[in-house]
Design a protein around this ligand. Structure first.
Ligand SMILES: Cc1cc2nc3c(=O)[nH]c(=O)nc-3n(C[C@H](O)[C@H](O)[C@H](O)COP(=O)(O)OP(=O)(O)OC[C@H]3O[C@@H](n4cnc5c(N)ncnc54)[C@H](O)[C@@H]3O)c2cc1C
Length: 309
């Protein structure tokens, strides 16, 4: 077990923002994980589990505890369409391999950044699908008491951008068993995957560091009648949600800058780090958007990204 000190977190996030972690470790197996749990117990410090860093904002002040970066890389295709995958495998790699080998059910996630563990924790989704659709069970370890447990899909409590693991941060996801269909039309699956990747390149500001959508979309039943009317007129309602990007754009906030951070002109629910933004620049922009939306529509936006202090 190797514990590093004073590690810059910037390079571990897609936002390219963040100070130093007091301690930082990579865990490769259960034995090392047990040593880490002992270290946490002995030193009484806080911890944070880091995946691909594509959904978080670290503070410039850094993290006064231990950053745990799991490296669980199992990748086992079984014959009945089940696949066992380590939580640290990157989603783009998982999606590509599944499509290439003719396993259907993950094409929608073409271009989704991050690792499997992060996707499960936040029930990542797009194009009308979510990671929960393919999860069978999740193997996880409790960092406070060393319990190892298999969570059946129902026990994961998946909902919109949420799961049991979001609110029980002591559970580190080790691997998951997922269910895909054996299809064998790998050319078709790869084509669909590539279309999703292309769509993202055209619609999302991937040329700048960012952390994906900043806010969750708005469930229609929590929106005011005047907002619903505007959204209906503009024909932007998707399923049971009003896209937050639409609201931000409607309020004329696209392109708004604070320091090195800016509300993307390409997709208004993205904040880009266009010029060495500080974490405070991003937080100030988040506050500005929340204030404007609250004032205009009496609506409290909820962050989709995690702000880590
Ligand atoms: C350009 C861009 C586009 C995006 N598009 C989408 C999209 O379409 N849909 C969508 O849902 N999201 C999207 N995102 C957000 C992000 O990609 C997803 O939320 C992703 O699933 C986060 O995974 P991660 O590994 O990067 O997690 P991280 O950002 O590293 O962590 C996120 C959370 O997961 C926890 N976590 C990570 N790994 C584990 C683990 N092994 N065990 C327990 N907890 C863990 C962390 O502690 C943290 O709380 C996008 C992001 C970017 C940058």
């Amino acid at each position: 077990m190797l514990i590093l000190e004073r590690v810059s977190l910037k390079k571990f996030t897609t936002f390219k923002i963040g100070g130093e972690a007091k301690f930082f470790t990579i865990v490769n197996n259960l034995k090392e994980l047990e040593q880490i749990i002992n270290f946490l117990e002995n030193n009484k410090i806080k911890f944070f589990i880091l995946g691909g860093g594509s959904n978080i904002l670290f503070s410039d002040k850094g993290f006064d505890g231990l950053i745990i970066k799991p490296k669980f890389e199992t990748f086992n295709f079984l014959e009945n369409g089940e696949v066992i995958i380590g939580s640290s495998r990157l989603m783009p790699e998982i999606v590509y391999e599944a499509c290439r080998l003719g396993y259907q059910g993950l094409e929608w996630a073409g271009g989704l950044p991050g690792e499997l563990g992060g996707a499960i924790r936040g029930n990542a989704g797009c194009f009308g699908s979510e990671i929960k659709d393919i999860i069978k069970e999740v193997l996880s370890v409790n960092l406070l008491n060393k319990e190892i447990r298999i969570f059946k899909k129902e026990e994961c409590q998946f909902s919109y951008r949420s799961s049991f693991f979001k609110f029980n941060k002591e559970w580190l996801i080790i691997e998951a068993k997922i269910n895909l269909k054996t299809n064998n039309e790998s050319n078709i699956l790869l084509k669909i995957m590539n279309e999703k990747i292309e769509y993202r390149k055209n619609r999302h500001p991937v040329e700048f560091p960012n952390a994906g959508s900043i806010f969750k979309n708005i469930p229609i039943d929590s929106a005011s009648p005047d907002l619903i009317e505007i959204a209906k007129k503009k024909n932007v309602i998707k399923g049971d949600k009003i896209p937050t990007a639409f609201i931000i754009e409607y309020l004329g906030l696209k392109g708004k800058e604070i320091g090195g951070a800016k509300i993307s002109e390409k997709h208004a629910n993205y904040i880009i780090n266009f010029n060495n933004a500080s974490s405070q620049d991003v937080l100030d922009l988040i506050d500005l958007v929340k204030d404007e939306v609250q004032k205009k529509f009496n609506l409290k936006l909820i962050e989709e990204i995690e702000i880590v202090n």
